[in-house]
Design a binder for this molecule. Structure first.
Ligand code: HPA
Length: 248
């Protein structure tokens, strides 16, 4: 059976609805993952869960050990990964609380370890990243959105920024000129590393706020976390619909 892993971001440090059977502390060649991998049952299937920022939300985006996280999930049997990411909206319809399943990425991160393919190589390896997300998993997510009557935006270009600070208004304007629709700090190198491992990986983004300079409210963690509460309830509904629909 093809096992699904869910990586929870800001606002999703625990996954309600997952009946946890056990936790695995995995040692990896790349260091420590963000925490133990939760293994349990959700919507009738075995599901793995990892909180990207740690159980207490203490690991900032640029300090997440993306390699260890994905390696550990694969070691526990994951073949498919739904990554939940809080984002800022840039496109006008990407308003707080909306769910988006992006189809493209532009990577603005730097100084992060971004590959498994750097040591002990028999030859240099370049993965194909034309379509950075797993199309079949994206399609399943969008079908589940229709089936559960949730309005989910079915495509968008995800700008991965370095953080941990939020962007300036001019940076958001530049991202828009670049063709970006939403902005977050954790989408990369996670998506590329998943591709290197051969995992089928898709992103389910939850808009927490309008990008800097676009909304009326000041951007605070308190405001972001408050908005995410409603968004995460929709994420859970969508996950409960998609999990039983995934190919066994
Ligand atoms: N920018 C970057 N990352 C984010 C944002 C944002 O506005 N909101 C939530 N994560």
């Amino acid at each position: 059976m093809s096992t699904l892993a869910i990586i929870g971001g800001t606002g999703l440090t625990t996954l309600k609805g997952l009946r946890l059977a056990r936790s695995e502390t995995v040692t990896t060649p790349y260091g420590e993952p963000s925490g133990p991998i939760g293994i349990g049952e959700m919507a009738g299937r075995e599901v793995l869960f990892l909180s990207r920022h740690g159980a207490a939300h203490t690991i900032p985006p640029h300090k997440v050990n993306y390699r260890a996280n994905l390696w550990a999930l694969q070691r526990c049997g994951a073949e498919q990964v739904i990554a939940v990411n809080a984002v800022g909206g840039i496109r006008a319809d990407m308003t707080p609380g909306r769910l988006v399943v992006p189809h493209q990425i532009i990577d603005y991160t730097h100084s992060r370890v971004n590959t498994f393919f750097e040591e002990g190589l028999t030859h240099v390896t370049h993965i194909d990243f034309t379509n950075p997300y797993c199309e079949s998993l994206r399609t399943e997510l969008l079908a589940a959105a229709v089936a559960s009557d949730l309005e989910v935006i079915g495509e968008g270009v995800y700008a991965a920024t370095q953080g941990p600070r939020l962007e300036s208004a001019a940076e958001i304007n530049r991202l828009e000129r670049d063709g970006c629709d939403l902005v977050g700090m954790t989408g990369m190198p996670e998506a590329a590393l998943a591709r290197e491992l051969g995992l089928c990986y898709a992103c389910l983004a939850v808009v927490a706020n309008m990008g800097a300079g676009r909304g009326d409210e000041a951007l605070t963690m308190e405001m972001i976390e408050r908005t995410l509460v409603g968004g995460m309830a929709d994420v859970r509904r969508l996950l409960e619909q998609v999990i039983p629909a995934l190919p066994a």
